[in-house]
Design a protein around this ligand. Structure first.
Ligand SMILES: Nc1ncnc2c1ncn2[C@@H]1O[C@H](COP(=O)(O)OP(=O)(O)O)[C@@H](O)[C@H]1O
Ligand code: SF4
Ligand SMILES: [Mg+2]
Length: 381
């Protein structure tokens, strides 16, 4: 992946530490050092336009959901896309899978230009790229048994042998924790966590290489979230899966992701290894997200929100400067921030940030941050 730097040149974020990242996280997944990324996304841009007949209304209702979004994901790696609601995470995922057509930019999967594929070629490729959505209720038709639901992708992708289909579906369901007798029930008989297990079985039954997980545990009770996250981690190890993991909770991302890209209003504003992002957050927005992570003390929480604010103006139209400037305590009164859009640039190996004054907010809030533990990972209670 290349990224435009301040001088208009290009930089390539260091990816040589991928194996080290995998080892440090103890994930067991085999992230390949030096290999070509499985997924390469470059310059994705997407604007949603209303269908109004008036050009003025169309312009007024435009939402720039993605602006020049670039990232890559190595085989066996988990890249987290983190940001508040409306920051463009789902649109990015949808463009990667070509469920949504971007206005510009490229998506390359295992060396194949996804945007250049015909419908038939795209259908074949889809067996290698799957998605699990946030809402397991919406994705599972209650008229079918869960076995039939898990068999369906196999049928669509040409497995005509009924016995082989059934066996493969049952095997997959068993792997996600459902018995053969449960497999004959309809999806509505199951709890939210079990439904998400079924959705995971459906996504994995075709043996994909890349799985996009769009807030897979957000709709679940906290008590079930850890179980589903554990299952996803185990499956990644066993099947050497590559995950694009969309999540708004940085604390969850920290323990599941090798690297994290932080998005704000359709742009990646910071990207680094998970550890580096938590140890050394450089973008004021990342610091804000870290400070908004829930802690048991309501006074601490109130103080943080007052100091930094936590609400993104969804779909707002930034001026020529930095999109965060109206609410950024570092850049609020700095001319450079209101007149020049900061470009994503590499400030340390593998650590990219789009800010004219990286690290300033962290210095200002280092003490309160240091005194507050990020909540324990659900995977490491
Ligand atoms: N189909 C759509 N039509 C119009 N606007 C959309 C559509 N999908 C998303 N948006 C807008 O695009 C922006 C990014 O949305 P989304 O990608 O869903 O963000 P996230 O997943 O981070 O919450 C939001 O302002 C949202 O309202
Ligand atoms: S560029 Fe300026 S306004 Fe934008 S995040 Fe950095 S300091 Fe804040
Ligand atoms: Mg979303």
């Amino acid at each position: 992946m290349t990224t435009i730097n301040d001088d208009g040149g290009t930089v390539r974020p260091g990816d040589g530490d991928a194996v080290e990242r995998g080892m440090r996280l103890g994930s067991g997944s085999a992230v390949e050092r030096g290999a070509r990324p499985l997924l390469e996304v470059h310059g994705l841009t997407k604007t949603y336009r209303s269908k109004s007949v008036s050009a003025r209304l169309r312009r007024a209702n435009e939402v720039k959901a993605l602006r020049e979004v670039s990232f890559d994901v190595m085989r066996g790696e988990t890249l987290g896309l983190v940001g508040e609601s409306g920051s463009g995470k789902s649109t990015a995922a949808s463009c990667v899978l070509r469920l949504t057509e971007p206005d510009s930019g490229s998506v390359t999967f295992d060396g194949v230009d996804v945007r250049a594929l015909s419908k038939a070629e795209l259908r074949r490729l889809r067996s290698r790229m799957q998605i699990v959505f946030q809402d397991p209720y919406g994705s599972l038709d209650p008229r079918f048994s869960v076995r039939e639901l898990v068999e369906e992708p196999l049928l669509v992708h040409g497995l005509r042998d009924e016995k082989a289909r059934r066996e493969r579906a049952l095997q997959m369901l068993e792997r996600v924790g459902l018995s053969a007798s449960q497999a004959e029930l309809n999806a509505h008989a199951f709890s939210g966590g079990q439904r998400q297990r079924i959705a995971i079985a459906r996504a994995l039954v075709l043996n994909p290489e890349l799985v996009v997980l769009d807030e897979p545990v957000t709709a679940l009770d906290v008590s079930v979230q850890a179980q589903v996250l554990n299952l996803l981690t185990e499956l990644q190890k066993e099947l050497n899966l590559t995950y694009l993991f969309i999540v708004h909770d940085l604390a969850v991302a920290q323990y599941l992701c090798h690297r994290i890209a932080v998005m704000y209003l359709g742009e990646i504003v910071e990207m680094a290894s998970s550890q580096e992002l938590f140890d050394n957050p450089l973008h004021p927005y990342t610091v804000t997200l870290l400070m908004a992570a829930p802690v048991p003390d309501p006074d601490v929480m109130a103080g943080r929100r007052t100091a930094l604010g936590t609400t993104a103006p969804a779909g707002s139209k930034p001026g020529p400067g930095c999109p965060l400037q109206p609410r950024c305590p570092v850049g609020m009164n700095r001319p450079e921030c209101s007149s020049q859009r900061p470009l994503l640039r590499e400030v340390a190996p593998g650590h990219l940030v789009a800010c004219h004054y990286p690290g300033e907010l962290k210095a200002a809030v280092a003490a309160p941050l240091a005194n507050t533990a990020i909540p324990e990972s659900p995977l490491n209670p």
